[in-house]
Design a binder for this molecule. Structure first.
Ligand SMILES: Cc1ncc(COP(=O)(O)O)c(C=O)c1O
Length: 340
């Protein structure tokens, strides 16, 4: 049932209808009950569900790749499972039984292999979600939950491909408050970025950088990507202090930079000045892997990064991670998990 409408050579970051999705349901009496693979399609929901009314919902994002070894692999799936569990706990969603997340991702990927792009076209994006079903009128955690996974073929996330991103640091909005739910992949964290993103794209920028809400001298991250700055071959990224998402690509970059490129890497506060004075700045996330910044605007002061991407450390780190994900080189970290 290959979807004829999919333009395989120009996959963006869009939700395409696929064959199936995975579903499990939680009730207080029966705990998690596995429904397994169900046809891809709409879901029904109480109008009083806690996800619709109070944002009691979380998600994950990971990818399956066709590799040089003519097999399909997932990347660091255990880390996504761990983060999903941490997000569940923060959002009062019943945690999944151990191992279910990984097993379910593998099942839904296997059942949708016809939607996996060829190696040079992209990958299969995997989106696990969990949410409170309610119904609940008061602001309280639901006792009923749904766990769903759907997949979709994707190319590159930023529709500009590997164009260097023109970015702006906002002093008008924060992404999250420092003691709120910034380290969880909670749906509400993204709702708040929609208007800031609309405003900056209307002005011609590609990405927005948020400052820390307790200390506006330091930066947090972008809407859905962590941020790194390289200066004199030292790499720096904000620490996991609670208001940024602990990105799996972020962690991969830290390990590749330290162990393969012998760079010094610091997880420490990054000031606006440090960011603006960097030799290279880049964003990390599952969707784009690594996207280089071309410029940063802060209060109308603009830094342009002139370095040729082909000569950059950003490119070296990016390609090393992509080579590991696609099994073009041996994986020294044990990150690549073949479908079982
Ligand atoms: C807020 C936020 N920061 C960072 C990231 C990057 O995380 P990862 O590298 O695990 O995709 C994401 C992407 O999911 C995100 O939503």
């Amino acid at each position: 049932m290959k979807n004829k409408k999919i333009d395989w050579d120009n996959l963006g970051f869009n939700a395409h209808e696929t064959k199936s999705m995975y579903r499990a349901n939680y009730t207080p009496e029966n705990k998690w009950q596995i429904e397994g693979l169900v046809p891809y399609g709409n879901i029904s929901l109480s109008p009083a569900s806690t996800v619709l009314n109070y944002g009691q919902g979380i998600f994950e994002g990971t990818k399956a790749y066709q590799t040089s070894k003519e097999r399909v692999v997932c990347f660091r799936l255990k880390d996504n499972a761990k983060r999903f569990r941490a997000s569940s706990e923060r959002m009062c969603i019943a945690p999944l039984p151990e191992g279910l997340f990984e097993k379910a991702v593998q099942e839904v990927v296997k059942d949708n292999l016809e939607f996996l792009p060829k190696k040079d076209q992209g990958s299969l994006y995997v989106r696990p979600i969990a949410y409170g079903e309610g119904p609940m009128l008061g602001v309280k955690a639901s006792d009923y939950f749904t766990f769903l996974i759907y997949v979709t073929p994707v190319g590159s996330y930023f529709n500009s491909g590997l164009k260097r991103l023109n970015t702006i640091i906002t002093d008008k909005y924060h992404r999250v408050a420092t003691k709120s739910v910034g380290s969880a992949k909670a749906v509400g964290n993204y709702a708040g970025t929609l208007l800031p993103y609309k405003e900056i794209t209307d002005q011609g920028y590609d990405e927005i950088i948020f400052l820390n809400s307790s200390n506006e001298n330091i930066i947090d991250e972008a809407r859905s990507a962590n941020i790194f700055v390289l200066k004199d071959n030292v790499l720096k990224t904000p620490p996991l202090h609670g208001s940024i998402l602990p990105g799996i690509t972020r962690d991969s970059v830290i390990k590749v930079a330290k162990n393969i490129f012998n760079l010094k890497v610091y997880e420490d506060d990054v000031t606006v000045e440090e960011l603006m004075a960097g030799d290279e700045v880049f964003f990390t996330g599952t969707a784009a892997v690594i996207a280089p910044a071309g410029s940063i605007n802060y209060k109308n002061k603009i830094t342009e990064f002139d370095i040729d991407f082909n000569d950059s450390m950003t490119k070296l780190i990016r390609e090393k991670i992509i080579d590991i994900q696609h099994e073009n080189i041996e994986d020294p970290f044990g990150w690549v998990i073949p479908l079982s």
